[in-house]
Design a protein around this ligand. Structure first.
Ligand code: UDP
Length: 344
């Protein structure tokens, strides 16, 4: 069976590291990988392929750096051409990026069945670009692989037939389980950054709501600076946040900023952090995998079970930096309930 997998962004490389490894063990599956180019820098793309043993993509479209509509359109055109040429039996898409939607639309127009990994997630906020991508993808997919019961309910509410839904747990958990040992032996990030285990807070911020206006990004940076006066804060800065900080003239004096790190270093940072402060979807879950308390700088989350079980709190930007700082500091040493949420 030939499966065409669409990849484009950092979290998709990590998910593919788990799934493509399983495909490779099945001689009857021939996986063709199409990289849209959405993430392209060495430390947002190449490092994941080399470090996680993902083979080179069969096609690389090199599409990035445009507005959502233009980028999705160019990807759709490029992916369609390849699908017409190779005629796969299935197209596999991950998550909720523009690459996900472009892959799903290209396949749907050619009547090729689509499998969606990480189906059924909802923030119930259509102003988030990812929400539009995931809702549309779920409605054209033939097979919906969901991570949780909540995701199943969301799909049922949208009248997606039960027969298309398969609750399989979370592939990011597979990735964490598989690469954790390698991270222990292969990562020197704590020494490199002069960090003692459990002595620092780890931050990752990249969502448009927190980075695209000077007001929001300044508030995020003021919060991190305020925390960093009391406890070390390490921030591997996403290219979007870096670009906007430069554009808005925002400088940090106390926060330890580094370039984005590879997945093995990230595992090592996450599991040694005292608290994780993030707006990333994947990092919220990984905080739980490593049993580290998390604060999510957003008004809502798709991963509601983490909040229900006390592993995560939502902290939308409120304008009151001192209040927010206290909320974050209070999270240290406060684990949630001991539960299995994404597979065992
Ligand atoms: N990640 C990484 N290096 C970093 C920051 C994040 O390897 O410097 C990993 C992280 O461990 C998680 C994934 O990237 O597996 C999350 O990606 P991102 O936050 O970009 O996207 P989201 O999960 O919000 O879609």
């Amino acid at each position: 069976m030939q499966i065409a997998t669409i990849l484009g962004a950092r979290p998709q490389f990590i998910k593919a590291a788990a799934v493509s490894r399983a495909f490779a063990q099945h001689p009857s599956i021939n996986e063709v990988m199409i990289h849209t180019g959405q993430h392209f820098d060495k430390n947002m793309s190449d490092i994941f392929f080399s470090e996680l043993g993902i083979r080179d993509p069969d096609y690389h479209l090199g599409i990035h750096g445009m507005n959502h509509g233009a980028m999705t359109g160019r990807m759709l055109e490029g992916i369609e051409k390849i699908l017409m040429q190779i005629q796969p039996e299935f197209v596999l898409v991950y998550g909720d990026t523009d690459s996900t939607l472009a892959g799903a639309l290209a396949a749907a127009k050619l009547n090729i069945p689509i499998a969606h990994v990480e189906a059924g997630l909802r923030a119930f906020n259509k102003s988030i670009p990812e929400e539009v991508n995931r809702v549309l993808t779920d409605h054209v997919a033939e097979i919906l692989f969901t991570p949780t019961e909540h995701a199943d309910h969301n799909l049922a509410r949208e009248s997606i037939p039960q027969s298309k839904i398969f609750q399989v747990g979370d592939v990011m958990y597979d990735a964490t389980l598989h690469f954790s040992d390698l991270a222990s032996s292969g990562s020197h990030i704590l020494e490199d950054c002069k960090l003692e285990p459990k002595s620092f807070f780890l931050a990752t911020i990249h969502r448009p709501q927190n980075t695209d206006t000077p007001e929001a990004l300044k508030q995020v940076c003021d919060l991190l600076e305020a925390i960093a006066k009391d406890v070390k804060v390490l921030w591997p800065v996403h290219p979007r946040a870096k670009k906007q900080m430069l554009q808005f003239g925002i400088k940090l004096n106390h926060v330890q900023c580094i370039e984005p790190v590879g997945y093995l270093d990230m595992i090592e940072l996450e599991r040694n952090a005292r608290v994780i402060l993030t707006d990333s979807g994947g990092v919220q879950k990984e905080a739980f995998f490593h049993r580290v308390p998390c604060v999510t700088l957003r008004p809502e989350t798709e991963w509601v079970e983490l909040v229900e079980h006390g592993w995560n709190i939502l902290l939308p930007l409120s304008g009151d930096v001192q209040f927010m700082k206290q909320m974050v500091l209070q999270r240290a040493g406060k684990p949630g309930n001991e539960v299995q949420l994404y597979g065992s």
